[in-house]
Design a binder for this molecule. Sequence first.
Ligand code: UDP
Length: 322
Amino acid sequence: MLWGMEKVLICGGAGFIGANLARRLLAEGCAVTVLDDFYTGRRSNLDGLDVEVLDRDVREPIPGAYDWIFSLACPASPPHYQRDPLFTLTTSIDGIRRVLELAERCGARVLHASTSEVYGDPLVHPQPETYWGHVNTLGIRSCYDEGKRAAEVFALERRRARGTDVRLVRIFNTYGPFMDPKDGRVVSNFILQALRGEPITLYGDGGQTRSFQFVDDLVAGFLAYMRADKAALEAFFAPKGYAIPVLNMGNPGEFTVRQLAEEVLRQIPESKSELVLRPLPGDDPKRRKPDVAWAKACLGWEPRIPLRDGLAKTIAYFRTLA
Ligand code: UDP
């Protein structure tokens, strides 16, 4: 098949990453269907797009036939995934089950969104794919972390048992246009607070770090990964002892939350906002930074957009909402 002729399903396609991915796939000439129950996805993210929309819960059997399926459906920001923890847990696990059932029926290739949260509050820094993680099974993040870890197991065992062509990507903190202004994530919170002249809320002392990836880099990584030949991926992963491909995607540039706030204020010079300290939520990882050597070796992919440039584009997006 020629690239760009694929019939594509994006589960969770009305969310932040899905909306960016849908635009890129449409630009490449793909036929795009979005499945979303709009629990956190937003209809406005699809405004003006020539996509079919299936307003459904991903935990139910999925109709249709596709070449590619992107499995992104799950609340992903801490306030959203903690709102109904068992919904989050079952969406992770039953969602991948339904995606794989569909893929096996129609012979689709699947990219499943896992997360850097599988590494928990990591004791190894930066985090390579070989790190097993340090997750509190009984903390406020566990509904998400353990759901995503179990979904990796689901994908692994179905690939092992049936040869289902499913690939895992562990996504590190990502930001950009179409983020939900209300999802409580650090980048959207700080930009909106700065634009509105409200206090910028640093949780803890703001010394914890994150690595921020602009969404266009992630979407480029998704496409490179989906287009990679199944046999070539197996040749890369089998000698490493992996029965399923798994790649980190994130930007290794590491910043403290305080540095992020300072950069946002530098880019919004008219802002009258000041930094304030707020209590650190439970189980908040102290450091996070991806090792992306495997994605580079396997796909020739690495992030290209520095935080400064990505923030400028994201601030421009949020200004249009104000
Ligand atoms: N954070 C913050 N102020 C906010 C929102 C988040 O200081 O208004 C911190 C949060 O405690 C965490 C980091 O920013 O250490 C990233 O938070 P986010 O919710 O974006 O994602 P996480 O990486 O924690 O899942």
